[in-house]
Design a protein around this ligand. Structure first.
Ligand code: M6R
Length: 369
């Protein structure tokens, strides 16, 4: 069943180009509009939305954090992302014009389900982004967009994350279009870039040899830090989660700019710091800020593992290890930058002799609160 792979996780990492392609398939109709799967909401309902909450757990929550950047940029609707397990306990302000987006691979995560039910009690509209047909979360939602990732067996989420991002980008584009904030040709331009990503992922996956080697080198590290800005920040969080979950190592993700407010004190001689660098194209300021953050950590002894776009020459001087990813628009970059972090965590876990597909203390689907 593992198709020649040592672990389901490796197989699922390699399935990502196809999973993303299938999630995109048939989403743009002849009129250039994004098509969702089950929409029991009218376009007018979507035009009336004045606030969005995304609720999810773990990796799906990180997909939500990336989505916030895209949704706010494209639709100009305020969007908050909340851990599903915290949502209802803080008594959020919700009403008919609130859209709650519940992201869940399994569709059965109890925390996310309870957040969704709370939202519905408050009359909010709920849209599910889910990988499992007919599961509870999409059944109880007003609209659904399925990710077509196929079954994910490994406990650590990989292809689910990339397909969640893909689907959530489509949700953002759909909302922007229905509300008239983006024209069909603008939406089509983003979709075209999305459609290029499966081939880019295939190319990226073919270059993962050095990452596997690095994983072997890092097997005895006592802590690994991850830094990023903008959409690179949730990618840093995701990289750290994968490492904790699989390698049972201390790992933490930080917003690169926040490091100097305390956590930089953690950095010692040789501390590995994985740095997710934004594209230098378009948003040069963001890129330059991250480069200076890399210099800061390096000056304090960090061993820097830099994930940067092809053609970004400025970073090379500050990288102890440089991992290249294909060029994408800034908002879509997590579809690329996450992949080496998955491979790294998987490699470190394997090098430590851990059970990669079934890490200790974890279950694939968490059906208790
Ligand atoms: O099925 P869900 O997407 O609702 O699951 C949410 C989390 O439990 C899940 O993403 C978890 O964090 C993964 N094991 C992370 O790799």
């Amino acid at each position: 069943e593992k198709g020649g792979y040592d672990y389901f996780m490796l197989k699922e990492i390699d399935e990502q180009p196809r999973a993303v392609a299938e999630t995109l398939l048939g989403r743009l109709n002849d009129a250039g509009q994004i098509v969702l799967d089950e929409v029991r909401l009218t376009d007018q309902d979507l035009r009336d939305v004045d606030k969005i909450f995304i609720v999810a757990c773990g990796t799906a929550y990180h997909a939500g954090l990336v989505t916030k950047y895209a949704i706010e940029h494209w639709t100009r609707i305020p969007c908050e992302v909340e851990l599903a397990s915290e949502f209802r306990y803080r008594d959020p302000v919700l009403d008919r014009s609130t859209l709650v987006v519940a992201i869940s691979q399994s569709g059965e995560t109890m925390d996310t389900l309870m957040a969704l039910r709370h939202a519905k009690e408050q009359k909010a509209r709920v849209l599910a982004v889910c990988n499992t047909n007919g599961s509870t979360i999409p059944r109880e939602s007003d609209a659904v967009l399925y990710t077509h990732g196929g079954p994910e067996i490994a406990v650590a989420s990989t292809k689910a994350f990339l397909t969640q991002l893909t689907a959530c980008y489509l949700v953002g584009l759909h909302l922007a279009q229905v509300r008239g904030v983006m024209f069909a040709d603008e939406v089509a331009a983003v979709v075209e870039r999305l459609q290029r990503t499966p081939d880019q992922l295939t190319a990226l996956l073919a270059e993962m040899g050095p990452v596997r080697q690095l994983a072997n080198d890092l097997r005895d590290a006592s802590t690994v830090l991850f830094i990023g800005r903008h959409v690179g920040y949730p990618v840093a969080l995701e990289g750290a989660l994968k490492l904790k979950e699989l390698a049972y190592m201390h790992a933490e993700g930080f917003a690169a700019g926040e490091l100097k407010h305390g956590s930089i004190a953690l950095i010692d001689q040789g501390t590995p710091v994985v740095c997710v660098v934004p594209s230098p194209v378009g948003r040069g300021v963001l890129h330059d800020k991250v480069v200076s953050n890399i210099q800061e950590v390096r000056a304090r002894g960090a061993r820097t593992i830099v994930i940067a776009e092809e053609g970004d020459e400025a970073v090379a001087a500050y990288a102890d290890h440089l991992i290249r990813v294909p060029r994408t628009p800034t908002l879509l970059a997590p579809l690329m930058t996450t992949v080496p972090l998955q491979v790294l965590a998987c490699g470190i876990a394997a090098a430590r002799g851990n059970d990669v597909d079934q890490p200790r203390n974890l279950a694939k689907s968490v059906t208790v609160e």
